[in-house]
Design a protein around this ligand. Structure first.
Ligand SMILES: [Zn+2]
Length: 265
């Protein structure tokens, strides 16, 4: 069944590591992925298999999870203006709001895959996981005309099926190097901006949310956004899409979106 997987040596080692991690998850620690993402040194350990950050000669990738959201996403787009970001969208929301999803692409942003339903992968078996990823991937490709190139699991937690399915679908496993914990009830706009700027370095992947979280959370992130953008600008860091970051081109101002490999598969 896995015959099509021409995985590299690194991928096989990563899979073995995830299998062990999956055992931990089965024992009742389903937040392994989040703790890995946040733990010091985790990116050094898993950086070969998971995209956590670019290199210090690159720009910063702003990423927004859980949308598109008809109430908030348009306001985020207005606030971003001509600055580029990457939106990790949910397949079910893409099918519900296709026009809004197309607006992301039309305004120069990258659309990446956050799964179909935002169900925690620790609660999903291999078959359902595979179906979830395939549905989301297909919906994004159909609606935007471009296959997504990056996959970030809900809550930052991979299960083994998602770990192997994402690269088979042409998507790079992606987490983040900095987050603002902006979904929390106590996250004020000031706190969100401060936490974001604490992690705003060249090559960083910053995680924010344009939907969901505690009541009103996206509104607080939206309020914080001008200070975040201004802080990044003052440091002279360019904003890039994840494709730019992954292409390894320092401060690439063009987008990898037009490369042949990023067409609709
Ligand atoms: Zn999410």
């Amino acid at each position: 069944m896995m015959g099509g997987m021409g995985g590299s040596d690194g991928d096989r080692k990563g899979t073995a590591m995830l299998r062990r991690a999956g055992t931990v998850a089965a024992l009742g620690l389903p937040y392994w992925g989040v703790s890995v993402a946040a733990a010091p040194g985790a990116s050094a350990l898993l950086g070969r298999w998971v995209l956590y950050r670019g290199t210090p000669d690159q720009g910063l990738a702003l990423t927004f999870d859980d949308g598109p959201d008809p109430e908030y996403t348009p306001a985020f787009l207005d606030a971003l203006g001509d600055r580029r970001a990457t939106f990790f969208v949910l397949g079910e929301r893409v099918r519900r709001w296709p026009e809004l999803t197309r607006r992301l692409v039309n305004e120069g942003h990258e659309v990446a895959c956050h799964g179909d339903s935002h169900r925690h992968l620790a609660a999903m078996g291999p078959r359902r996981t595979e179906v979830d990823l395939r549905r989301a991937h297909a919906s994004i490709a159909e609606v935007t005309g471009r296959a997504p190139r990056f996959y970030r699991p809900p809550y930052g937690v991979f299960n083994l099926a998602a770990w192997t399915a994402a690269p088979r679908l042409g998507m790079r496993r992606t987490l983040w190097s900095a987050w603002a914990k902006d979904w929390r009830r106590r996250a004020t706009p000031q706190l969100i901006a401060a936490r974001s700027l604490a992690g705003a370095q060249p090559g960083a992947i910053l995680l924010l949310h344009d939907a969901d979280g505690s009541p009103g959370a996206p509104a607080r992130t939206l309020q914080a956004l001008p200070a975040i953008l201004e802080g990044i600008r003052r440091r002279g860091i360019e904003l890039v899409t994840l494709s730019d970051l992954a292409s390894g081109e320092p401060g690439a101002s063009h987008s990898g979106r037009s490369s042949p490999s990023s067409g609709t598969g």
